[in-house]
Design a protein around this ligand. Structure first.
Ligand SMILES: NC(=O)c1ccc[n+]([C@@H]2O[C@H](COP(=O)([O-])OP(=O)(O)OC[C@H]3O[C@@H](n4cnc5c(N)ncnc54)[C@H](OP(=O)(O)O)[C@@H]3O)[C@@H](O)[C@H]2O)c1
Length: 162
């Protein structure tokens, strides 16, 4: 099963200046809980944005046409190569961004584990594609929570392909 995991605002913004828009501790905890022990697939720019490099206790897979040396990670020349490599793997495969990889993966994913941040963004430069309700249905939606540090409300919403 291929899952997308993403945090977006109400206008589907996900990043700015190769960084996240918000660092929500509850979101990061959920991300860690879901992805630890599994495979995380990401684009080169997202890998470069990781503050401490490859994410620990997960298999890190990075797609790039320009580089094949990512410390602590396995490099793939294409997203198709990466997903084919892990097809049949007993671990979950999580596509963790960024925008360009989400756009390509949306048509191949079985589920979306979203964090909806309940505000609009200022000057974001990277977005998640629209989630087509004819294709995706909400499996479960969590209660609205508040992040004190960032001053925003957010909730977890899981979608599955119809
Ligand atoms: N909110 C969230 O949940 C979330 C999650 C992750 C990232 N982000 C944000 O998203 C932004 C980064 O997204 P982005 O779209 O700029 O970059 P990205 O998708 O992380 O990386 C783009 C790069 O990945 C490689 N790539 C993509 N598709 C490929 C393919 N099919 N085959 C081979 N290589 C491929 C290319 O590298 P080469 O140029 O080397 O070929 C491309 O330049 C940042 O702001 C980051 O913080 C947000």
């Amino acid at each position: 099963m291929i899952s997308i995991i993403v945090a977006y605002t109400t206008d589907m913004a996900i990043g700015r200046g190769n960084d996240l828009l918000f660092h929500l501790s509850g979101d990061l905890r959920r991300f860690k809980a879901l992805t630890t022990g599994n495979v995380v697939v990401m684009g080169r720019k997202t890998f470069e944005s990781l503050p401490k490099g490859a994410l620990p206790n997960r298999e890190n897979a990075v797609v790039s046409t320009t580089c094949d040396d990512f410390p602590g990670a396995v490099a793939f020349k294409s997203l198709d190569d990466a997903l084919a490599h892990y097809a049949g793997d007993s671990r979950e495969v999580y596509v963790i961004g960024g925008g360009s990889v989400y756009r390509q993966a949306l048509g191949m994913a079985d589920r979306i584990c979203a964090t909806e941040i309940l505000c609009k963004s200022d000057a974001a430069d990277t977005f998640f594609p629209a989630i087509d309700p004819d294709v995706w249905v909400i499996d479960d939606a969590g209660e609205v929570m508040h992040d004190e540090r960032c001053g925003v409300d957010y909730r977890f919403v899981n979608y599955r392909r119809r």
